[in-house]
Design a protein around this ligand. Structure first.
Ligand code: ADP
Ligand code: MG
Length: 253
């Protein structure tokens, strides 16, 4: 999509868990080529929002459109097929498998099915293509030449890069990242920020949940702020920083 085009719209999105309203009539738009931060205190509803956008959970009410399609009731797999990719708040790698195999797994509709199982019905041409792409994506995150190391042997920062490589299989339009910088050292965060900026210049649209304010403020074009399930405000980093509601709820308090 052309830079600036609206690729995702969340409209009056609500998610209830029993009596708890985890997401309360939240709406926003995401434009192609932007890095958008989703911030807010613990329990604000950020991960739930990501689950709703990616089809991992069903909306209670409201709607989501992505790439000009109503995806409100679409499966996670079908939304992924339209170009949505994600990583999770907790690392979901296979520690006993190689970097290459971990990334190649991203080719399988991002389900939990293993490549070995899926591999039984892969023809050789398809297999070659997938492993070639896995090498390309590993190189893209700076892990060229390390294909055969085991994922479990990597420091956390490198595991996060590996997860991003996996999510990049099949060239997503939009990448949704839930706390990719959590637990990383300062130098690792710098590497991650550089990669995300590189992906943006390659045309990937990014939405990111992140707690480290310096990290997120220096990275994103725009922020959506949530608090107790509701959208508190949205705007560019400077506007969010000086907003008194945000300061009271989150930043300064
Ligand atoms: P955040 O990612 O902003 O920290 P979450 O989206 O994880 O917040 O959670 C928002 C609220 O919804 C919290 O009160 C959390 O306990 C609740 N919640 C999240 N997932 C579930 C679930 N599957 N069942 C019940 N409550 C949930
Ligand atoms: Mg969360």
């Amino acid at each position: 999509p052309a830079a600036g085009k609206t690729i995702l719209t969340a409209n009056q999105v609500v998610k209830r868990f029993g009596g708890l309203v985890a997401v309360n009539e939240v709406g926003f738009e995401i434009h192609a080529g932007d890095i958008v931060g989703l911030i807010g205190p613990n329990g604000a509803g950020k991960s739930t929002m990501f689950n709703l956008l990616t089809g991992a959970a069903r909306l209670t009410s409201g709607s989501v459109s992505f790439m000009d399609r109503d995806v409100t009731k679409m499966s996670q797999r079908d939304i992924a097929q339209l170009g949505m990719a994600r990583t999770f708040q907790h690392v979901k790698l296979r520690p006993q498998m190689s970097l290459l195999d971990n990334v190649a797994l991203g080719a399988h509709g991002r389900t939990s099915r293993g490549l070995v199982a899926a591999g039984l019905c892969l023809d050789r041409e398809e297999e070659r293509r997938i492993f070639h792409e896995a090498r390309v994506q590993l190189a893209r995150v700076g892990l060229a030449g390390r294909e055969h190391e085991l994922a479990g042997s990597l420091p956390l920062g490198t595991q996060r890069m590996l997860e991003i490589a996996r999510s990049l299989m099949s060239d997503p339009v939009m990448l949704v990242l839930d706390e990719p910088a959590a637990g990383l050292r300062h130098a690792e965060k710098q590497v991650l920020a550089e990669l995300l900026k590189q992906l943006r210049s390659d045309g990937v649209t990014i939405m990111i949940v992140e707690h480290d304010m310096d990290f997120v403020m220096n990275l994103v074009d725009r922020l959506v702020v949530m608090n107790f399930g509701s959208k508190l405000m949205e705007g560019n980093p400077a506007a969010v920083r000086r907003d008194s509601k945000v300061q009271a709820a989150y930043l300064g308090a």
